[in-house]
Design a protein around this ligand. Sequence first.
Ligand code: PAF
Length: 273
Amino acid sequence: MKIFKTINELKNYRKDCKGSVGFVPTMGALHNGHLSLIKNSVEQNDKTIVSIFVNPTQFLPGEDLDIYPKRELADIKICELAGVDAVFIPNTKEIYGEIEPQILAPNKKGYILEGLKRPGHFDGVLRVVLKLFGIVNPTNAYFGKKDAQQLYLIKNMVNSFFLDISIVGCEIVREEDGLALSSRNLYLSLEDRTEALKISKSLKVASQAMIKGVFDCKKIKKIMSETMENMDIEYIEIVDRDFNKIDKIILKNSIILVVAIVGGTRLIDNLWI
Ligand code: PAF
């Protein structure tokens, strides 16, 4: 497996890649959720490139940029064992110049929900993803469905800028007890972890309600917030897959989104229906 730190090295390598190239952009601290993206890419492409870059522009002031977990050696080993062909680990100077055009998330869908709670976050995500796409020029790029709004906005960007890249959304990976995998789970104490389980439980309760025929979004949100009693809930929202708020669940076209703060850590989860 090749390890590249500069854009030039990566581009030179990419020039000689034959066939399809799968790309998995990450911020490192890889877990089984990332691994499932990587496995999909390795299975579906001739070559797989993974990037590891903690992107400063997607963190708001006061967020966890400085303490974001870094495990470069372990990440490299994970990629190697998973059959990745090349890992790209640039530093910030490699990616960002002093004078740059602005990339802003679309007003309508980029500043609601996650974008409302973290204004500017998606500007930074789209900016770095566009840059990485320019460097890697992938055939297929892999993103987790856990970051549902990110996935939507990246697909929208690819369509808007007429990029020839297929965006592949991959299923959420959970611990056995239901907790959705996240690099930020490393911040949780044992007590926090137990509390955090109420988040995935609320989604389970929502799906049980739907099995019983409850499709009214108000009712579902109420049942969910009852399950998350005493938690610091940031939002529970139900949208269609274009991120329009809806009143009634539409089968095969709805996402239930939930965000809560547990022991100071912001955890997101969702259910695609
Ligand atoms: O989902 C992430 O880990 C990040 O937002 C991404 C897509 C790697 C961009 O920094």
